[in-house]
Design a binder for this molecule. Structure first.
Ligand SMILES: [Ca+2]
Ligand SMILES: [Ca+2]
Ligand SMILES: [Ca+2]
Ligand SMILES: [Ca+2]
Length: 314
């Protein structure tokens, strides 16, 4: 290969690598494909849609999920199923089935997600959130696995205005909602072995609503929307959104997440959980003394709506 050929090849390689991080931009609302994914009295309408980007890519919003077919996580607290314990003492853990994810060490994961999670251990989908949008619920997943255990969580901040990352709220029709995940994993003795904190990796794959796409800074794996305004109005129909393709093997132990940013932590007040008994009834799990799981997300709690999170229990 000549020097010129080498430079040409390297330039093409760099361009494709950079392009791989370029967002795919959509404008306006998505078409509804599933009008009612889930229904619960008092919950927001829960739908799924599709939208084609300027580059021709077809995106599912708020995200592709396995809600319909996957096993649902057991309820810690779920109004939709009338499961409303006042505290952990009222939860019968022995009645919750243990999922075999290989190995014999037993773990219990407690999750409160805003709004929807899919939980993997060592590449196996264990369970999905029983309530995709609202009301806010919390879940418990018991499983066996062999260390190291790579946990991977798909988080979706669900939306009412499909493709526009927003919902009715704060007196307007297009109010961007926020996300967040608090998770504690204990061993068979109830001791904390892992909790949600800044040691996790977090990457966004859907960011919006945006008034313009130019505010996004996408340097390598960084997908930084901190310069973007957070629009709130009664007409968000022309807002834009940014999408990135989810790697097919993102949930496997082999996937290399070393380039993903570290998770950002948020406190309870920022996420706003003080009126949510599915969280506040369990301070010994979600705000445990000495093992206080934090809310984690990507760098933008409001605009990032599909966030993948990973962490390994050594
Ligand atoms: Ca939920
Ligand atoms: Ca959001
Ligand atoms: Ca939300
Ligand atoms: Ca906490």
């Amino acid at each position: 290969m000549t020097k010129l050929h080498l430079i040409t090849a390297l330039t093409a390689l760099c361009a494709s690598a950079a392009q791989a991080q370029d967002p795919s931009i959509t404008t306006g609302a998505a078409e509804t494909t599933i009008p009612t994914l889930y229904e619960c009295a008092g919950g927001r309408p829960t739908a799924v849609g599709e939208i084609t980007a300027q580059d021709g890519t077809l995106w599912t919003v708020p995200a592709e999920t396995q809600f319909t077919e996957a096993p649902k996580a057991a309820d810690l607290y779920n109004e939709c199923n009338d499961v409303r314990p006042s505290g952990t003492a009222e939860v019968d853990l022995s009645a919750i089935p243990v999922i075999d994810a290989g190995g014999s060490e037993e773990f219990t994961a407690y999750l409160f997600g805003d709004n929807y999670f899919e939980l993997y251990a060592n590449g196996q989908l264990l369970a999905v959130d029983a309530v995709p949008f609202t009301p806010f619920n919390s879940s418990v997943v018991r499983f066996t696995a062999q260390r190291p255990v790579t946990l991977a969580v798909k988080m979706v901040d669900w939306e009412e205005n499909l493709g526009l990352g927003s919902e009715k709220g704060r007196g307007v029709s297009y109010s961007p909602g926020d996300g967040g995940l608090t998770m504690l994993v204990t061993d068979q003795d109830g001791e904390a072995v892992l909790l949600s904190d800044e040691t996790w990796r977090a990457q966004t794959f859907y960011t919006g609503p945006l008034t313009e796409a130019e505010c996004l800074s996408t340097d390598g794996p960084l997908r930084d929307s901190s310069a973007c305004e957070i629009p709130r109005s009664n007409d968000g129909s022309s807002y834009k959104a940014a999408h990135w393709e989810v790697p097919a093997d993102w949930f496997t132990p082999e996937f290399d997440d070393s380039a993903w940013p570290q998770a950002t932590t948020y406190d309870n007040d920022t996420v706003g959980v003080d009126n949510k008994p599915s969280f506040t009834n369990f301070p010994d799990l979600f705000d445990r003394e000495g093992a206080d799981a934090q809310f984690i997300w990507s760098s933008n709690l409001v605009l990032d709506n599909l966030v993948l999170l990973r962490r390994t229990i050594d």
